[in-house]
Design a protein around this ligand. Structure first.
Ligand SMILES: C[S@@+](CC[C@H](N)C(=O)[O-])C[C@H]1O[C@@H](n2cnc3c(N)ncnc32)[C@H](O)[C@@H]1O
Length: 249
């Protein structure tokens, strides 16, 4: 996943960067980002003058984040990248903004780990701080439609190359455990000949709206705003995102 992450999302996900910046402005400095990945959001916030601590569990993703951060000539804010698990958070200090962008929370598969992460977030949140979670809205009809089929996510030319990549995925759901298993495939073609295939299996634990509110409450956090997109629109049956803003209760 780390190898293809920036190619897959760098352009497609730009729309959320101004949203995360607005969150940091609303909550204030310093910012803690959980599931920092390749540093896409971390770097953007540091460029904007925020002091950001990014926590990431995958060493391969973190390596890429370090490389990205090293390329910023003079970041206006300070950046700290930490290898760690958000459910066993070891960072010190208090943060006025804690963010969990781009669905990272869906990688916590058990209630124990979800609650552990939320309780750690509460501990690290300053009394007037905000925590913002970007989850996806579970579209069960779409899951059913896509289940067990090999679907094409995109087809694009590789930069400065005649080769093109086709990303495919196959989804299967464990309906009673609310877990979507997805196999991603990246097939690289030269002309009509496939020259390589990468494969990454992935799991997402989906959440329903009130389930997540209850989880927050068990960790003594209170949702004060819920949006369905990065423009602050309401949560509706057509939204892809499910964004929670929470404070300490
Ligand atoms: C979809 S990526 C988001 C990366 C980045 N925040 C962005 O918006 O581009 C989710 C990231 O969460 C990380 N992750 C998953 N479980 C985690 C955990 N328990 N603690 C910290 N990071 C985790 C994954 O390795 C992955 O890099």
């Amino acid at each position: 996943m780390a190898k293809w992450y920036d190619f897959d999302y760098e352009r497609r996900m730009r729309k959320d960067l101004s949203f995360w910046r607005a969150c940091a402005e609303e909550g204030g400095d310093p910012v803690l980002e959980l599931g920092a990945g390749t540093g896409r959001v971390t770097a953007h916030l540091a460029r904007g003058g925020f002091t950001v601590t990014g926590v990431e569990i995958s060493e391969k993703m973190l390596d890429r984040a370090h490389r990205r951060v090293a390329r910023i000539r003079r970041p206006a804010g300070r950046i700290r990248l930490v290898h760690g698990d958000m459910a066993e958070l070891e960072v010190r200090g208090r943060f006025r903004t804690v963010i969990v962008p781009f669905r990272a929370f869906h990688h916590l598969y058990t209630i124990d780990r979800q609650l552990a992460a939320l309780r750690k977030i509460r501990q690290r949140l300053s009394p007037d701080g905000i925590a913002v979670f970007d989850l996806f809205r579970p579209d069960l009809a779409a899951f059913t439609e896509a289940e067990n089929k090999l679907s094409v996510a995109y087809e694009r030319r590789l930069p400065r190359s005649e080769e093109r990549v086709v990303q495919r995925f196959r989804l299967s759901c464990d309906w009673s455990r609310q877990i979507a298993h997805i196999d991603y495939y990246w097939d690289v073609y030269r002309g009509s000949r496939r020259i390589s295939r990468d494969h990454a299996p992935m799991r997402w634990r989906w959440f329903h709206r009130y389930e997540f509110e209850h989880l927050l409450a068990r960790a003594r956090l209170r949702a004060y705003r819920i949006c369905g997109d990065f423009e602050g629109g309401p949560l509706t049956e057509r939204c892809e995102e499910m964004i929670f803003f929470a404070r300490r209760d």
